[in-house]
Design a protein around this ligand. Structure first.
Ligand SMILES: [Zn+2]
Length: 389
């Protein structure tokens, strides 16, 4: 098995434009592991897909089986994921007319958050999941879900067709998207529906920064794959999320099935616009590192607020700033005592003299900074330096 792929997984071309690495020798996974290799993504000159071609592809390792579950094991993540999957399900239901399915399959079901919600919506349906992480499988089974442990490619042939096959935010991780979509389609009954969500590759956002997200896809990329993977008797509709929040960052939703010949207008942006947006976003981190290092240089007590996704991004891509951090703080650490190489304390216990840096999502920094300024003399946000997504 190759450790990386230099051929575009969407169009088969191998003509790449290198994207800026946010750091020359560091990257980070969604599970919060810092890797000592560059992010290494490039954009295909032919189809605009971004792919991790200059560094190893984690889908070729046992990362999803052994490490990915850490993604779900951070303070506050249970509430975060419940809200996230509720938002995704609401979006799916508003976009697709799903008629009382008897059999539902959730591919990459994690700990069963979406299955929990689907079970409430369709209490009479048989719902099954596929998940590679044994830890996640056990967590989902503890809630009474029926889950097959492994990857789709190893399990698909053992299953009967389903009325609804859904896969949320898995597609960007896979090493062979065309095969993956073909397998989803083969598991979908003739009159059934295949539903897929993934980050919206036309609007640079946090997904572009993760080393384990192999692909950033555009609506045109999805359409191209669907035309090859799905039967001619079906058609696909693709939607872009509009109301962005921490629960629903910029995303694409593809619904495929016998949709009565419905068609929609294209809404792709040009490949050059795509490239400029991605380069601007990725090059922001050098500026952010310099800015934060300058902001905190006089302080003897630098505390990073947060111990989750955006904090791990800062730790990986702003190492000069991160070296100045003494603690991370969160509202309720529960049993979390450290995050990466920093101890974690309660925000309420941080002394007023500390310099607070917001290691949280850029969208919420303004409000949080405003509220923290009542207690702390120096609160640093940096979201304004990240080019808008
Ligand atoms: Zn391509």
């Amino acid at each position: 098995m190759p450790a990386s792929l230099s051929v575009c997984l969407i169009c088969g071309d191998s003509n790449w434009e290198e994207l800026v690495d946010p750091h020359p020798s560091r990257s980070v996974t969604t599970a919060g592991r810092i890797l000592s290799e560059a992010l290494g993504k490039s954009q295909c000159r032919s189809c605009g897909a971004a792919q991790r071609v200059r560094s190893s592809m984690l889908a070729f390792t046992d990362y999803y089986e052994t490490d990915y579950a850490n993604y779900y094991e951070r303070p506050g993540t249970e509430i975060f994921h419940k809200q996230r999957y509720a938002a995704i399900w609401k979006w799916v239901r508003e976009s697709a007319e799903i008629k009382e399915p008897k059999r539902i399959l959730d591919v990459g079901c994690g700990q069963g958050w979406l299955m929990d919600i689907m079970r409430e919506t369709f209490p009479g349906a048989l719902i099954e999941g596929i998940e590679p992480s044994r830890y996640n499988v056990n967590k989902a089974r503890e809630k009474g879900h029926r889950v097959h442990e492994g990857r789709l490619e190893h399990i698909a042939s053992t299953l009967e067709p389903f009325d609804l096959v859904i896969s949320t935010n898995v597609f960007q991780h896979v090493s062979h998207p065309l095969d993956f979509l073909t397998e989803l389609s083969m598991l979908t009954a003739e009159t059934g529906m295949t539903v897929l969500t993934c980050p919206d590759g036309t609007r640079p956002n946090i997904e572009l920064l993760w080393a384990d997200q192999n692909l950033s896809l555009t609506p045109a990329n999805l359409r191209s794959l669907a035309s090859r993977a799905l039967p001619a008797s079906t058609n696909s509709l693709i939607y872009q999320s509009e109301d962005h929040s921490a629960s629903l960052p910029p995303a694409l939703l593809m619904i495929s099935g016998r949709l009565g010949g419905k068609v929609q207008d294209d809404f792709d942006c040009g490949i050059d616009v795509l490239l400029r947006g991605r380069q601007k976003y990725l090059s922001s981190f050098c500026v952010i590192d310099d800015f934060l290092s300058e902001q905190v240089k006089e302080s003897g007590n630098v505390v990073n607020l947060g111990a989750s996704y955006w904090t791990s991004i800062l730790a990986a891509y702003c190492p000069n700033y991160w070296s100045k951090v003494q603690f991370c703080c969160v509202d309720e650490p529960k049993d979390q005592t450290d995050f990466l190489d920093k101890p974690v304390m309660r925000t309420a216990d941080v002394p007023e003299s500390a310099c607070i840096v917001l290691g949280i999502t850029p969208e919420s920094q303004q409000n949080v900074a405003h509220s923290l300024a009542k207690k702390f003399s120096l609160v640093c946000s940096w979201g304004h330096l990240l080019s808008p997504s």
